[in-house]
Design a binder for this molecule. Structure first.
Ligand code: DGL
Length: 271
């Protein structure tokens, strides 16, 4: 048993899709969330910048006495997991490995689509894990750079002509290839589940990378006897690097509940 909180971070608020699942599968855990809202998006930046930013994110979270860190960001998981894990004694979990493994195990025809940021797609990280587990799978990857800014601006609902037009343009090719499983390889994308499902059709299995890492962490904590006591009610602390003004409205959408806990702005460049 371990009372200490879990640190979670993302380039912005997309990582809250992982927190939403953590709240379901690990309701007793205390969570400290950092969203680098002042520097989002990461997915259009260089590898060196992503490593620099995510190192600062981890340094900030390490100022708390944590039991684990979740990289609730596909981009950082694909590019910087090894760098971030290397000097740390703390367990650090990324979204790529558990999501790609799940895709490989999905009992469909093995036509797997991967949508993510440009930086993630460039690494081929999801493909490497899937090929290891299921060499005969047919993989189709597509970067979707406009999804993150649209989601961060709350443009997520079916009927919104802007997001529907952008989604149709990005997904057309994957649909034509007949993918049966689609990895939402960026933690912002589960907010677009309805839009994506409407376009791809109900028969395509959508995999939520934030939910997959949350399930993976829950298994890890149970197997290592690190879960919080069952009588603890999970508390949440929120930190961002830009104005806190719209945090509560957006976080409430991402988490699917009204967020009332205070949020604090920090100067991430000092870490
Ligand atoms: N949620 C991040 C991810 O999973 C968004 C990346 C970005 O900031 O571009 O990749």
């Amino acid at each position: 048993m371990d009372h200490r909180p879990i640190g979670v971070f993302d380039s912005g608020l997309g990582g809250l899709t992982a927190v939403r699942r953590l709240a379901c599968v690990l309701p007793n855990e205390n969570i400290i969330y950092f969203g680098d809202t002042g520097r989002v998006p990461y997915g259009t930046r260089s590898r060196d910048t992503i490593i620099q930013y995510s190192t600062q994110d981890v340094n900030f979270l390490r100022t708390f006495d944590l039991k684990a860190i979740v990289i609730a960001c596909g981009t950082v998981s694909a590019i910087a997991l090894d760098t971030l894990t290397h000097p740390q004694s703390l367990p650090i979990f990324g979204v790529v490995e558990p999501t790609a493994r799940r895709a490989a195990q999905t009992p469909r025809n093995g036509r797997i689509g991967i949508i993510a940021t440009q930086a993630t797609i460039r690494t081929g990280a999801y493909e490497q894990v899937i090929r290891r587990c299921r060499p005969e799978a047919k993989l189709f990857a597509k970067p979707c750079p406009l999804f993150v800014p649209l989601v961060e601006n709350g443009r997520t609902q079916p009927g919104d002509i802007v997001i529907e037009t952008v989604a149709a343009e990005y997904l057309e090719e994957l649909k034509a290839q007949g993918v049966d499983t689609l990895i939402l390889g960026c933690t912002h994308y589960p907010l677009l589940t309805d839009v994506i499902r409407n376009y791809m059709g109900p028969e395509v299995t959508l995999l939520d990378s934030g939910a997959e890492v949350a399930d993976h962490l829950a298994d890890y904590l149970r197997h290592h006897d690190l879960a919080a006591p069952a009588d603890q009610t999970g508390c949440y602390r929120w930190y961002v690097s830009d104005s806190t003004e719209s945090f509560h409205d957006l976080a409430s959408i991402f988490l699917g509940r009204e967020v009332t806990e205070p949020v604090e702005q920090i100067a991430i460049q000092n870490y």
